[in-house]
Design a protein around this ligand. Structure first.
Ligand code: SDX
Length: 429
């Protein structure tokens, strides 16, 4: 196998070292290309550009493989818990029993949120989108922990910020949910496991105790595990590039939340359900919507379909589809959206347009069915994605800072006006 790629330009040959990863992925290093040749590469949307070398998550889009620190997602979803997966992603290894106990205890210790956070929440209109609220509250945490602004503080202080984020984000999400409904906030219950505690803070009422159904808690736990990391996706790349300026972890995570909000990214799960409900309202005519998705003149896309990397099935969608079946049966819930989703998937996977473009259901296609059955409001689906993705964002930010990676600063090819003299306003047409 070649150790170099050779680039021939204007009679010159430039040697670009080839880097090979532990899964035999190969890329050539262009970090010296501009100083040697004056050339840069251009790859709008970074479809073919590696931003880093990472040890956290491996995915193979052709084979539908996803592993966190080498462990297959199918085994983690089946055997692990979200908090254990968070430890794995952030610290690199599965915890032993003492480590897991201590980790859980640290998180429980920090689940409370300063009462002044409620003043900030009260400032939001009840119709504020929960993702805008969440990113604001994540940034607001810097006000309560100003020491976190110091980019050179010790590793144990960074670890305290990591613990605070994992511990407080679910509380902030639950408080913003009850606040938007004018219901008294529920405080964390340290006797409960992480996800059960979150569900209880969300749904407990002053008038009626919310009993956490273990099947519901397990389904939510799996949803968080499946969303926990996904290598250099849009929001994770955002967290890394914001952190590369030595911005603090709260600000970097807030940036990730805002990137995830987009309907092409984490906002898709909300758009999937809205699309399915629209299909139902329109008489369940899936063919009409598939034709719309195929029409190059129609901006409509089949939400929850397609992926930048998976050009085969998204392993997470496979697991979530099975989970949806199980949770709906367990809850005795008949979600018409689930039937339409299955019809849509079946029709699309037989259609040349989708086959040709290798468009398959992605993680967002079935996750919303489960969250809706659990009682999560549709507009909060991207917020659930954020809770799930938080350990991944943290792990990736930590890796980038530990490797002391340089500030992210892509180049460009300028295609605007060449030099021209200033025109006084009297001479302008
Ligand atoms: C997530 O990157 C990650 O890892 C993301 C994620 C994670 O865990 O972090 O997996 C989470 O974001 C999942 C994706 C959720 N988004 C959606 O479901 C929105 C619908 N899907 C898309 O818009 C699209 O598929 C993307 C954004 C996901 C991927 O877009 P790409 O890779 O940039 O592909 P593209 O836009 O260049 O599309 C290629 C072709 C185009 O057709 P042509 O111009 O070649 O004729 O496929 C078509 C697109 O029009 N196409 C679709 C389609 N997705 C792509 N056509 C109809 N419906 C769709 N959903």
């Amino acid at each position: 196998m070649s150790e170099y790629a050779e680039l021939k330009v204007d009679g010159n040959v430039y040697k670009l070292p080839i880097i090979e990863g532990t899964e035999q992925e190969r890329g050539f290093d262009i970090s010296k290309l501009r100083e040697e040749s004056g050339l840069i590469t251009v790859d709008t949307g970074y479809k073919n550009t590696g931003s880093t070398q990472s040890s956290i998550t491996f995915l193979d889009g052709e084979k539908g493989i996803l592993r966190y620190r080498g462990y297959p997602i199918e085994q983690l979803a089946d055997k692990s818990t979200f908090l254990e997966v968070a430890f794995l992603l952030i610290y690199g290894e599965l915890p032993n029993s003492q480590e897991l106990y201590a980790f859980k205890a640290r998180v429980k210790k920090h689940q409370l949120v300063h009462e002044d956070m409620k003043q900030i929440m009260l400032g939001f209109p009840s119709k504020a989108h929960p993702m805008g609220v969440l990113s604001s509250l994540a940034t607001a945490l810097t006000a309560f922990y100003p020491e976190s602004l110091d980019p050179n503080r010790s590793a144990d202080k960074v670890d305290l910020t990591i613990t605070r984020l994992l511990a407080k984000i679910p509380t902030l999400v639950a408080w913003s949910y009850t606040n938007a409904r004018g219901i008294r906030a529920n405080y964390p219950d340290n006797s409960l496991e992480y996800v059960s505690n979150f569900l209880k803070m969300m749904f407990n009422l002053p008038t009626e105790d919310y009993d956490v159904d273990p099947i519901v808690a397990d389904a939510m736990d799996k949803i968080f595990i499946l969303h926990a990391d996904h290598e250099q996706n849009c929001s994770t790349s955002t967290v890394r590039i914001v952190g590369s300026s030595h911005a603090n972890l709260y600000a970097s995570v807030a940036a990730g939340i805002n990137a995830l909000w987009g309907p092409l990214h984490g906002g898709a799960n909300q758009k999937v359900i809205e699309m399915l409900q629209n299909i139902i309202t329109n008489g369940g005519d899936t063919k009409k919507f598939i034709d719309k998705a195929k029409d190059p003149n129609d901006p409509f896309r089949l939400m929850g379909f397609g992926h930048r990397v998976y050009k085969n099935f998204d392993p997470r969608a496979e697991i979530l589809k099975k989970q949806a079946d199980k949770i709906l049966e367990r809850l005795g819930v008949n979600e018409p959206e689930f039937e339409v989703a299955k019809q849509l998937e079946e029709a699309a996977l037989k259609d040349e347009y989708f086959i040709e473009r290798k468009l398959y259901p992605n993680v967002d296609f079935y996750s919303g069915i489960i969250m809706k059955a659990i009682g999560i409001p549709i507009e909060m689906f991207p917020v659930m994605f954020s809770i799930g993705r938080l350990p991944g964002w943290i792990a990736q930010w930590k890796e980038m800072r530990t490797h002391n990676e340089p500030i992210g600063r892509p180049r460009q090819i300028y295609v605007g006006h060449t030099q021209r003299p200033y025109e006084s306003i009297s001479n302008r047409s």
